[in-house]
Design a protein around this ligand. Structure first.
Ligand SMILES: Nc1nc2c(ncn2[C@@H]2O[C@H](COP(=O)(O)OP(=O)(O)OP(=O)(O)O)[C@@H](O)[C@H]2O)c(=O)[nH]1
Ligand SMILES: [Mg+2]
Length: 383
């Protein structure tokens, strides 16, 4: 499946229904009075995060979302029905921005979070609402309010605990496929991996973490060489970087490889360069010159970085590596939960969105029970 990490969408909340002008006309009920019902409220557009998605691809083919409009009020004091809400699901890790201002509206860091992006228009009041002691036959009703419309940009930054970085062909995908159930493409040529892939690694009975495999980096990636650095955004929010270095006879110097990658990380974002890191020398089964490994170990010791040696192919050193990563992650704080994040501007709206949709449900429930009571009463009077 194609991976897409940016999308532009248009949302339009439902317009409110118009209020109605009507008068009760019935045998033996002279001057029945105004009986125009209110229009229904337009549906809201809500974005919800789902754990079952991992790409924004669906928005490429379907970028427009419209909630249902409220029905118009009718005579006999009948209110129009509310429009249906439109719920858009996005993967966890999606951030919503206002297209025009690039203002960040919300960051979905957990599954099941909801954010209101388009508020439905209010229904207009019918003429029954305008009756007063001095104007008992008003001919006035309100039109429904238009629903909010917006253009949004969605950006996906996958959420993982450990991010893999390194040159192409160092065995990043092989490692993910060995320690998790993920099946990334593995082959003996550079840039096999073209899109990020997540794998869940089980450290013990009740501890697991998510590892992200991204395409390899090469010198000059920040200038667009190779696949560039745009995939680095997917490891921006990881807690730990796992830097994989090929220790076999590649013809390159592992220490120099290491420094090249660090420079690329730095040019993408200095914060990424500062992330906690574990260095892993891979392909020890092909190690012909032990001095090469020693040289990398000495370099890492000087930088105070932990350095482990593994063979992703044969499985040597994988169990200690998983335990090491789990132990480091225990000490590293998780990203702040969404409620504590500083979401600019519309944070209140985010909170409000829950209460508003709750309100709508509550209002519908109240209205439904009122109607039931009315119906029961009417039935009670009928012969
Ligand atoms: N001998 C040996 N070969 C390995 C080891 N790990 C990976 N390989 C081989 O190295 C080649 C590249 O492995 P990948 O996992 O595709 O490398 P990658 O880092 O994901 O590469 P890109 O996706 O292109 O960045 C494959 O042919 C693997 O079989 C290892 O520990 N020992
Ligand atoms: Mg790969």
């Amino acid at each position: 499946m194609v991976f897409l990490d940016e999308a532009h969408i248009y949302v339009k909340a439902g317009d409110g229904g118009n209020g109605c002008v009507a008068f009760r006309r019935e045998k033996y009920v002279p001057r029945g009075g105004p009986s125009g019902g209110d229009g229904g409220a337009g549906g809201d557009v809500i974005i919800e995060s789902s754990p079952h998605l991992n790409t924004l691809l669906q928005f490429r083919y379907n970028p427009e979302f419209r909630a249902g409009r409220g029905h118009h009020g009718q005579g006999g004091n009948r209110h129009g029905a509310d429009g249906d809400d439109c719920v858009i699901t996005v993967p966890v890790g999606t951030i919503i921005y206002e297209e025009e201002t690039s203002e960040q509206l919300f960051d979905f860091t957990q599954a099941g979070q909801r954010y209101l992006v388009g508020r439905g228009g209010r229904g207009g009041r019918g003429n029954a609402r305008f009756a007063t002691s001095t104007n008992r036959a008003p001919r006035k009703a309100e039109p429904g309010q238009p629903g909010q419309e917006r253009r949004l940009r969605l950006e996906l930054k996958l959420l993982a605990d450990v991010g893999l970085v390194g040159f192409p062909n160092t065995g990043k995908s092989t490692l993910v496929s060995r320690v998790s159930a993920a099946h990334p493409k593995i082959a003996d040529y550079p840039f096999t991996t073209l899109e990020p892939c997540l794998g869940v690694v089980r450290a013990n009975e009740d501890e697991s973490f998510v590892m992200a495999d991204i395409p390899g980096l090469i010198e000059g990636a920040h200038q667009g060489h190779g696949l560039g650095t745009r995939f680095l955004r997917h490891i921006e929010r990881t807690r730990l970087l796992l830097h994989l270095v090929d220790i076999s006879a590649t013809g390159r110097d592992p220490v120099r490889d290491f420094e090249v990658i660090l420079r690329e990380l730095d040019s993408f974002s200095p914060a990424l360069r500062e992330k906690p890191m574990t260095v892993v020398a891979n392909k020890i089964d092909l190690l012909d010159l032990p001095a090469r490994l020693e040289q990398l170990r000495a370099f890492c010791a000087a930088q105070q970085l932990p350095c482990l040696a593994i063979s992703a192919l044969t499985g040597a050193g994988l169990a200690p590596l998983i335990q090491h990563l789990a132990a480091r992650l225990r000490l590293l704080p998780r990203a702040a939960p969404a409620g504590e994040q500083s979401v600019s501007g519309d944070k209140g709206l985010a909170k409000h969105s829950h209460s508003r949709s709750d309100c709508i449900t509550r209002a519908r429930r109240v209205r439904a029970s009122a109607l039931t009571q009315k119906a029961q009463k009417t039935r009670g009077f009928s012969p």
